[in-house]
Design a protein around this ligand. Structure first.
Ligand SMILES: *[C@@H]1O[C@H](CO)[C@@H](O)[C@H](O)[C@H]1NC(C)=O
Ligand SMILES: *[C@@H]1O[C@H](CO)[C@@H](O)[C@H](O)[C@H]1NC(C)=O
Ligand SMILES: *[C@@H]1O[C@H](CO)[C@@H](O)[C@H](O)[C@H]1NC(C)=O
Length: 347
């Protein structure tokens, strides 16, 4: 609750909450944080908004049994004070305290336009529209909306509506400032908002402090022992072949750790003890994996993986040469796999 001291007195507060498609993993969620944080930065200029951090839980890749992995605060994984240096942030439980209860005044649920994208030009727009799918928010007996709300079963919303959106996160600035008088607004399915500042200054400001050195949801495998070109033939959809000069310090990312362990018994992996697992949880273990990959002498990722994107960013910040960073496994007949990428998964 010490963050409260950095924000204004209650009558001046507006709260922006958000949530993401339940199927999404750690890395996309982190990316959506940056989009919403840059939206809050824009709002800040004319009023006093606080970004309420959506509690963690129900991440598909967090499968360790017997751990409490629901309603986790951001402080379990992040240096929240660093995030707060960029935009005012607050944990959800603090929001309940400060705002007087588990009540959110307005929920906007983002959806695409029923008629699809406008052909040709990209036009930014947002409109109140009937919900395309059966709403996940439902009225209860007290005429309040029930919903998932990160597993907080007592939370309710006063009002709910669907918004069709096509555009950057900043398209919500006028809506939040003019169209609603609600003091707490939840943007659900916030992954529908695009980056305003991807790769620009705000983006790095927001991302390079509190969000660095953390999160991923699959495991990274670290191969430390020298080998004369890995040649693994088995059921892992083929073979992984490494030239000998990198074989002793290659890092790569795999989804199927168990399978790889069988194929590459020399593989070295960070394996938490039960105590460490309870302390860090699956999310924290994944952060350690990502840290290892970010600091590796050489990194080979996979195509279109948010895991790999995050590591690329980290490595850029850390100053690694692009040739040690922008490598990925190429499919056999892939034509767009550009150098320095030249590693192949051999089937
Ligand atoms: C916001 O308000 C403007 C002006 O009243 C209106 O034209 C627009 O449709 C509203 N937008 C949404 C998403 O409610
Ligand atoms: C609920 O939201 C809709 C759409 O934004 C708005 O037209 C309506 O006035 C709101 N109702 C209340 C009670 O705030
Ligand atoms: C790649 O192309 C070769 C020759 O055209 C073909 O025989 C092979 O099946 C292709 N491999 C894959 C994985 O598509």
């Amino acid at each position: 609750l010490h963050l409260q001291s950095t924000i204004a007195s209650p009558h001046q507060l507006w709260f922006l909450l958000y949530d993401v498609n339940p199927g999404e993993g750690f890395n996309l969620r982190r990316d959506v944080y940056m989009r919403v944080a840059s939206l809050v930065k824009r709002l800040e200029r004319s009023s006093d908004w606080t970004l309420v951090l959506p509690p963690w839980g129900r991440i598909y890749h967090w499968q360790s049994r017997g751990l409490q992995q629901l309603r986790l605060p951001w402080a379990a994984f992040f240096h929240v004070e660093s995030l707060a240096q960029q935009v005012p942030v607050m944990e959800y439980e603090d929001f309940i305290q400060v705002s007087g209860g588990p009540l959110i005044e307005q929920v906007y649920y983002f959806q695409p336009y029923a008629e699809g994208w406008t052909e040709g030009t990209f036009e930014e727009k947002v409109d109140a529209r009937p919900c395309i799918e059966e709403p996940v928010y439902k009225l209860d007996m007290a005429c309040l909306y029930r919903g998932w709300f990160w597993g907080y079963v007592k939370t309710r919303a006063l009002n709910f509506s669907c918004l069709s959106v096509q555009g950057m996160a900043s398209i919500m600035v006028p809506i939040l400032q003019k169209n609603t008088s609600a003091r707490s607004v939840l943007l659900d399915r916030a992954e529908n908002l695009l980056h305003d500042v991807y790769g620009q200054k705000d983006y790095w400001d927001v991302s390079s402090d509190g969000l660095s050195s953390e999160m991923t949801y699959d495991r990274a495998a670290c191969i430390l022992k020298p080998g004369v070109g890995w040649q693994v033939d088995a059921d892992l959809d083929g073979a992984l072949r490494f030239p000998s000069h990198i074989a002793n310090w290659a890092l790569f990312y795999v989804a199927e750790v168990q399978e790889l362990r069988r194929l590459l018994p020399e593989m070295v992996l960070f394996e938490p003890t039960q105590d460490e697992l309870e302390l860090y949880k699956d999310g924290g273990v994944a952060i350690i994996d990502q840290w290892i990959c970010a600091h590796a002498r050489y990194f080979i990722g996979t195509a279109l993986s948010t895991f790999s994107f995050r590591i690329h960013e980290e490595r850029e910040i850390l100053g690694f040469a692009p040739s040690t960073t922008y490598n990925r496994f190429c499919g056999d007949n892939e034509t767009s796999c550009q150098p320095p990428t030249h590693w192949k998964i051999v089937y």
